[in-house]
Write a protein that binds this ligand. Sequence first.
Ligand code: C2E
Ligand code: MG
Ligand code: MG
Length: 524
Amino acid sequence: MRRLALASVFVAGACLVHVGAEDLTTFALIAVAVGCGWAGSAWRHDWKLWRLSQRLEIISGEGQEIAIADRLAENANGLEQALATIERRLIERHGVSGLPTREPLLEQMEQDGSGVLGTFALDDFERLAGFDPDLAERVLLEIVGRIVRMIPAERLIAHVDQAHFAIWYGKDIDPLLARSEIDAIAYALGGRVQIGPREILPSIATRCAALVDGVTPQLLLTRTLASFALDDLAETHELSDQAIAQVQHRYAMEQDLRGAIARNEFQLFFQPLIDANWQCVTGAEALIRWNHPERGSVPPSLFIPIVEASGLAEEVGLWVLNAAARQASEWEGGTAGPLRIAINVSASQLHDAKFAEVLSRTLHNHSLDPACLEIELTEGVASTDDAALARLFGKIRALGVKIAIDDFGTGYSSFSTLRQLTFDKIKIDREFVTDVHRRPQSQAICQSIIALGRGLDIRVLAEGVETTEEYRWLVQHGCRHFQGYYFSRPLSAVDFLAFINDRASLTALLQSSIPVPQIERITS
Ligand code: C2E
Ligand code: MG
Ligand code: MG
């Protein structure tokens, strides 16, 4: 029987070699478990053993916990009881940081009844993890280390979500003291983190909320975590009613968005892209519209940030890609001739290692010429100096799909982004196009971007052209590609085709801006 038990241990060791191999105490604990007859039942419930081993692996990171577990295993009346205690301990400890999880935090809040909750979020964790999960985890652990070093030992700090930490100040702690401690921690967490040769400047968001009558600890924590998704609440603050209403609204939108694809509520609109030299429409930017059954047409500026924050970006992005490819392929075979459709791609889509394959498969499925597709990325998405991103760009361009940089000039690193990555088109942001004919600063920016495009042999398009004056100034200063309400608003597919076919109107628009020659006064 004992031989059989030992053999089982080896089987367990082989299946989960990383569990016990380098940690004799853990290994011994599994042996005790098996030796006590638990293996018999574990073998019948394979999953349970697996789960036990996973738990033990986490324990092995903390010597003290193992010692407790060990003692329990030896002394407890039955191993089941010991395992239940171990399991409970592990539910209460976060697997990455080893900090208490939200359960003990909520318990303590419940017990105290009132107090102040300080919460910190490492904002760029997800983005960082997309490119380098190992680095993201090390930054997270550095942040944990900083918090732990700064707070008195008696404070309860919990790892409440992937990159969110909360500190609880019970009712006996002066709220002002709590507030100043939270402020100090927020300040310290923003300091530079050095991981090997890499320097990271963490972006930390902070919330400070009071537990008062009528709000349960669970609700307070949920609201606080949800509020991090709100862009406009960046600084430390109390959660106001307005903020809570915003969180609720956002939550409702998120719920609706989850079913929007299945309910066929998304639609693509197409805004014409104009080539002033060829005097024609060369393609369209595909812009998503959400036809909400109650809210009506919701603009992307309101729902795309929620799509991105709630992990729906890939699903929605895939829908856009397919809908655009289907439309482009239809146009390719029709009378309009080949037109290039540009789609907006978000950061999380790009962080998917399979993005190039997805593009390739979509082109194949719709039998679409790759030259008919362009992807638009904003500088924020593209500005990371990551080798993986450069490789992805290589793959996309090798497919024959074009890449444009959108909203150019609005960020801090526009020009350095161009040095690191290769683009086929630069889209000057509307901010510099609006009133360009009478704003010297915008003129300087537009002129330098146009010159840069010429120098690098990259197409330059002016976005958001609304007036003849703007268009005229840009044409006169060498800009050739245009998009904006001056030519057309985004249109449904049917209206877009009608726009293309109405060549006379477009010609009139293009020519109405040719400057009228000044007649010199002849003086005799
Ligand atoms: P964007 O990519 O820079 O798109 C241009 C936006 O400017 C569009 O707004 C367009 O309707 C608007 N626009 C174009 N010409 C003019 C003009 O002359 N005057 C003014 N005032 N506005 C003009 P829209 O459709 O509301 O989209 C806003 C943003 O939402 C887009 O900015 C893009 O960043 C994002 N977006 C739109 N569709 C998608 C999508 O399918 N996926 C993703 N990830 N983002 C999208
Ligand atoms: Mg765009
Ligand atoms: Mg843009």
